[in-house]
Design a binder for this molecule. Sequence first.
Ligand code: PEP
Length: 246
Amino acid sequence: MANWKMHKTVEEGRAFGRHLIRRLSEAGDQPPTLVVCPTLPGLWPLAREFAGTPVGVGAQNLDLGREGALTGAVSGYLLREAGAQFVIIGHSERRQVFHETDDVIGQKVAQAYQSRLRPILCVGESAQEYRQGSTLSVVERQLQALAPYVDDKMMQTLIVAYEPVWAIGTGEVPEPGQANHVAAAIREVLDRMAPGSGENVPVLYGGSVNAKNIRPFMGEKDIDGALVGGASLQVEEFLAMARNSC
Ligand code: PEP
């Protein structure tokens, strides 16, 4: 899954979409599930480029509520209408820069379901929490924040991205086995919250992943895919990652 953050103009996004579709049809083989999360203005134009193709489109955030006097806000319903099928919720940049709390993130996950969007919930520890050895308690707290808002049935179709904050955009990555250990712990927490979800929910790894280092992560038992920032901005790198994931 590609998270473009605040990168690419609308036209650059469309050109990426056309290029990606051309390259996928040339290759002819079945790629793994690919989803691109562009900027908000780029969502509708990119969704049109990908219409009728296997590539999905997601938003990077949603605001609570359906409609109302909320200047600058964009609801899940509007994102859905603009072509989004997925939405990233609780990215560490939303938590840190925009001060989103665990509780707000829990509400946003519920709002995503109400808007018929599939949420990709990001969890992960900061560098300090990592040094303190509190990774597992942090991700458990971040997952448990959903409990008041999200029912068992919704939990079965969640997607979780384990993204250690210290690995995002830094070039540092955990050992794949260490990331897998956290992914397995995430499945255990999910299963306690909603029986069966530990197996049903795809768990992605995210943080400085690229075409060169992706393979051992994807070889781990409890990691199903990747959430990719910087390395998703170039079509060929993105495709190489998809190829190296299989
Ligand atoms: C991200 O922001 O979700 C991310 C994984 O970024 P990067 O791949 O650039 O570390």
